[in-house]
Write a protein that binds this ligand. Sequence first.
Ligand SMILES: [Zn+2]
Length: 210
Amino acid sequence: MLDYSVDEIKKVVREVLTELQEETIPIGISNRHIHLTEEHFQLLFPNEQIEPQKKLKQPGEYAAKQTLTIIGPKGSRENVRILGPLRKQSQVEISKTDARTLGINAPIRLSGNLKDAVEITLKSPAAEITIPAVIIAKRHIHMSFADLEKLHLTKGEIVSVKIETPERTTIFDDVELRPGEKYVLEMHVDTDEANAANIGPKTVGKIIHH
Ligand SMILES: [Zn+2]
């Protein structure tokens, strides 16, 4: 029979617990939002600077003070937040529910991929522009390259994430990985996905390896 001291057992328990904790992924709910280019920002907010109002979890990213009204053929949504910093491409990310309200059929795309993105009108107190920029963001997990290794994943892999919540435990397939040097481990879902799975501010997910 093997003999372990109490200290040795404690050490093993601690290691197992740490490993389990490392494998849970915090979940961030993305509400509808807008990314703008410098050019589009200047058109909509002449002589203004983008003004950070609230830091987001991913380093350097923030919700700006400025908002816009987005207008589709069937409806509109007011006070849609602009997220900073400004980007090389303008992009409007909405939920499927928003798409229905606006009367548009937006494609599900990973942020940055504007293939078949749908036209939308963006309105500020100063101006109005119509650009092909609307997508429904594909769910994804931000992580550092160290996280990638720790979780035994490879770049480009598609994973499934189990999310345990009261009355609505859900497994999401088709989850993309977004590894990046400065990213912090966080899964992003939209408000439709969050509601479907009863996700709250403290909900975490777990990767089911494929
Ligand atoms: Zn994201």
